[in-house]
Design a protein around this ligand. Structure first.
Ligand code: TYM
Length: 334
């Protein structure tokens, strides 16, 4: 009998370990990773090397790396199905990044909006790592030859750079890298700040009311949604000058899977107060099981360690294969 089973697509993504995950990280990325685990062969990592482009206090960084590992498991990533590991445990990422640095142009990196934003924000520490960050990210991706990379909309430019570098390298040396496709969902791909809805919700926002953290208590979540900035129209519908309400509709839609029209119908004749309460409650309920699991995982470091070490071993094996191929192509003696 003919075997028609298609090989699974490979999906890969990473998240930085600097600070607790936000609702943006969750709806834009990790919730989708969780849903991809059955249909794809998945590799998910904690981008701890990327985190030091901004100065970190060592004890705090260590805590955050553990916290990120526990959170990935809590949202449902399953080490039986997916490779889960820390970027700093697989040396080949940094080795490939150096090689790819030499195939990336200064001008390309200068155009990266995240570099421009972060170098303004941390004007006293515009280090070379901040500038070459997208090349390390390209190495993270290309070394595993994934078909798809599930990310939020803010990572699109970095992903395009990774594709450009891969195409350039392949153009010189033949088909070494797979050209990865971005996987960016329509709903939830850009969750905005609750206080300034023209800006994305960010871990590093100093205003606690602007962001929902996955570790926030139900009270804090409800309070932050009640204080969310809206407009004076008082109608729950998508509109051009309604960034705050558009954002809340996006959040509610990503969780309940209702369309914007269904949400408008549901809140017809009701005020923003009712809507904000409903969004807050939906988020609290969505995060409740995640938080319960988080408390369990974070208190069992031995289990976490066993999982990320096993993940690193599997990742290392795959990464070394690609690195050797690249080194041979470039002309190194192996
Ligand atoms: P990071 O850690 O900033 O974010 C992790 C993921 O969360 C998504 N995200 C959002 N999605 C929707 N709304 C938001 N407000 C929001 N904020 C963040 C991001 O798009 C991302 O998917 N450079 C990456 C980490 C990285 C990586 C990689 C990603 C390193 N190597 C290789 C993919 C592949 C970053 O800083 O993501």
């Amino acid at each position: 009998m003919e075997n028609n089973v298609q090989p699974k697509k490979r999906a890969l993504s990473f998240i930085q370990s600097s600070g607790a995950f936000t609702l943006g990280n969750y709806l834009g990325a990790v919730k989708n990773w969780n849903e991809m685990q059955d249909e794809c062969e998945c590799i998910f990592g904690i981008a701890d090397l990327h985190s030091i482009t901004v100065r970190q206090e060592p004890a705090e960084l260590r805590k955050q790396i553990y916290s990120a590992a526990a959170m990935l498991l809590s949202v449902g990533l399953d080490p039986e199905k997916s490779i889960i590991f820390m970027q700093s445990h697989v040396a080949a990422h940094s080795q490939l990044a150096w090689i790819l640095d030499c195939y990336t142009q200064f001008g390309e990196l200068s155009r990266m909006t995240q570099f421009k934003d972060k170098s303004q924000k941390h004007a006293d520490n515009v280090n070379a790592g901040l500038f070459t960050y997208p090349v390390l990210m390209a190495a993270d991706i290309l070394i595993y030859k994934p078909d798809v990379v599930p990310v939020g909309a803010d990572q699109k430019q970095h992903l395009e750079l990774a594709r450009d570098v891969a195409n350039r390298f392949n153009g010189i040396y033949g088909d070494v890298f797979t050209i990865p496709e971005p996987y960016i969902k329509n709903v939830g791909a850009k969750i905005m700040s609750l206080q300034d809805p023209e800006k994305k919700m960010s871990k590093s926002d100093e205003n606690e009311n602007a962001k929902i953290l996955l570790t926030d208590t139900p009270d804090a979540i409800m309070r932050k949604f009640k204080r969310a900035v809206t407009d004076s129209e008082a109608r729950v519908c998508i509109g051009e000058n309604k960034p705050g309400i558009n954002n809340l509709i996006g959040i509610y839609s990503a969780i309940t899977k209702k369309t914007a029209d269904e949400i408008t119908a549901e809140f017809e004749g009701k005020g923003y107060g009712d809507f904000k309460t409903a969004v807050g409650e939906a988020v609290v309920e969505e995060l409740r099981p995640v938080q319960e699991k988080y408390n369990m995982y974070i208190s069992d470091k031995a289990q976490l360690e066993a999982i990320y070490k096993e993940g690193a071993m599997k990742a290392d094996h795959l990464a070394r294969r690609t690195l050797s191929k690249v080194m041979k192509k470039v002309g190194y003696v192996l």
